[in-house]
Design a protein around this ligand. Structure first.
Ligand code: C5P
Length: 322
């Protein structure tokens, strides 16, 4: 297999993890914080392994990228709902020709990918990932920033005051119970996403700021589970995969950087922090391992692109013919 033996294997399973991480993943597989109701995998042998194009069609057909609008219950009867954008994200943004999704992986360090990333028409970044001081490796353009409710709520991220969040379009998400309607979720969010949203909007009224419909996360989760031979963690997908699917709905072609690790593969969690944990790349809470299996199968670029640039190429949904 030569040096390319190192790229992501699309049949990764929890049994290939080290014993510590395997235990953590197995615990999450057993836990069911969000009340996920599925029949589970239909059995290894009964499951046809879909081709990349078939997987792309499934994603396009079964996942709806929508955001909250003021007309939806319970928001329609809440006075602050006028702070929500009147239209869904996909109606307001794009279509873009070529897009970059910048994972926050430690393997972006010393990648020199900054120029390439900035050459795309739109760039998606995640959570607290900075560009200042890292331009050479991650670029400086931020078109959209996808943030989770934990980042919005935690004191150390200074979400309301940090300049990190004040450019580009913000998109936030919070895990809802699996079968909850919007009202049930509104009364039981994981973190206080709506309180922080209202505060942020008052401070930055002109910056576009969307909230993902929680149905989206679970539709994406279902696509992962239905295409895996073992039960995956019953927790929402990682921001990285959610953002990738989001960009597939806005762009003609999506390049994802260091989601599948390149030859720079490292246990360094984020390119911007001195913290080491293999769980950042392989997943613990999130079904990240399985997300990466799917992305590997859908990739239209070469293994060499993964190996040398950590680059995946996916078609946008507008370019997928089913
Ligand atoms: O940690 P955070 O969620 O902010 O990182 C953004 C995304 O980048 C993750 O959700 C994950 O999909 C991806 N990531 C990764 N490997 C890492 C760190 C992050 O694949 N080491």
């Amino acid at each position: 297999n030569g040096p390319l033996g190192e790229v992501w294997d699309d049949e990764m399973s929890s049994s290939m993890l080290g014993s510590r991480l395997r235990r953590v993943v197995q615990n999450y597989q057993a836990m069911n914080k969000y009340g996920v109701e599925v029949s589970g995998p239909g059995g290894v042998s009964s499951r046809p392994k879909l081709s990349g194009p078939e997987l792309l069609c499934q994603l396009k057909d079964k996942v709806e990228v929508t955001t909250l609008t003021p007309d939806l219950q319970p928001f329609s009867s809440l006075p602050w709902a006028t702070q929500l954008p009147p239209k869904s994200l996909t109606a307001d943004l794009g279509p873009y020709k070529s897009c970059a999704v910048v994972s926050s992986a430690g393997s972006l360090r010393y990648s020199g990918l900054g120029k390439e990333i900035d050459s795309h028409d739109a760039v998606l970044r995640f959570n607290a990932a900075p560009t200042t001081g890292y331009e050479k490796d991650v670029g400086s353009k931020t078109t959209i920033r996808l943030i989770n409710s934990q980042v919005m709520a935690s004191d150390d991220h200074r979400f309301l005051s940090s300049s990190l969040y004040s450019s580009g379009v913000l998109v936030a998400w919070d895990p809802a119970p699996f079968s909850a309607d919007l009202t049930q979720w509104y009364n039981r969010t994981d973190y206080p996403i709506f309180i922080q949203y209202q505060r942020y909007r008052r401070l930055h009224p002109l910056q576009p700021f969307y909230i993902l419909h929680p149905r989206f996360e679970w539709q994406v989760w279902q696509r992962i589970q239905d295409n895996m031979a073992e039960p995956i963690q019953r927790n929402p997908p990682s921001s990285g995969f959610l953002g990738t699917v989001l960009m597939m709905s806005l762009c003609e072609v999506v390049h994802v950087y260091e989601f599948l690790p390149s030859r720079r593969k490292t246990e360094l969690c984020h390119y911007y922090q001195r913290f080491y944990d293999a769980a950042c790349t392989l997943g613990a809470y999130h079904p990240l391992l399985y997300e990466k299996n799917l992305v590997k199968r859908m990739n239209q670029g070469s293994d060499r692109d993964i190996f040398t640039h950590g680059r995946i190429t996916l078609p946008g949904f507008s370019k997928v013919n089913c």
